[in-house]
Design a protein around this ligand. Structure first.
Ligand code: 3PG
Length: 206
């Protein structure tokens, strides 16, 4: 699957920071049951790669990617663990080159028009807009729609259930990312029913 196909699978990509491997499969199952199959596991915890690997292996229907990919080493580790796509908060020339060389589905992060233009020059058409709320949010996306025609964004960072619909209504938004569908307290408490409900509400957004 290429990145355009992956982001078309659901309006919301849950951004997951997994602290315990035992949480990985029930968490992913709850999100998939709720209707959110595309999952981003951030590489920010000791167990992130293992969590990603078990989700990819044991949760039918899940399309599991790695988030917070900062360099080529992490890109390789994520792919080896079974990631089907990657996401980065920003991007470097080396990371972009590695992604292109590997032909790996990837959402590079951008925050400025020049960064978006640089990624477009390298062949990327879908970009993560991060941190979305802090960097100008909906106003930024509306303003760049005409000059950056042909690029679409996955705004992430500060997006929540209340603001997601307005983002998703924009023609240059492919999907939104966010952690609100898997709140830390619900994960720690093993409240998978609550997470499934949040996922179902997010999946119903257009
Ligand atoms: C992140 O990388 O932490 C994501 O952007 C999630 O942001 P959020 O917690 O504000 O949804």
């Amino acid at each position: 699957m290429d990145i355009a196909t992956i982001v078309a699978l659901a309006p919301v990509v849950p951004v997951l920071t997994v602290e315990k491997v035992a949480d990985a499969v029930p968490l992913a199952r709850a999100l998939v049951r709720g209707g959110l199959p595309v999952l981003e596991v951030t590489l920010r915890t000791e167990v992130a790669l293992e969590a990603l690997a078990v989700m990819a292996r044991d949760v039918p229907g899940a399309v599991v990617g790695a988030g917070t990919v900062l360099d080529e080493g992490q890109l390789r580790a994520a792919r080896d663990a079974g990631a089907q796509f990657g996401v980065s908060p920003g991007c470097t020339p080396a990371l972009a080159a590695a992604v292109r060389a590997a032909k790996f589905p990837f959402l590079p992060g951008v925050q400025t028009v020049s960064e978006a233009m640089t990624r477009a020059e390298q062949g990327f058409r879908l970009l993560k807009f991060f941190p979305a709320e802090q960097a100008g949010g909906i106003g930024w996306l509306k303003a760049v729609a005409a000059p950056l025609a042909g690029l679409r964004f996955c705004p992430t960072g500060g997006v929540n259930a209340e603001t997601a619909p307005a983002y998703l209504a924009l023609p240059n938004v492919a999907c939104v990312g966010g952690s609100w569908v898997a709140p830390k307290a619900a994960v720690e408490g093993g409240d998978w029913t609550a997470i499934e409900k949040l996922a179902a509400a997010a999946a119903a957004l257009k």
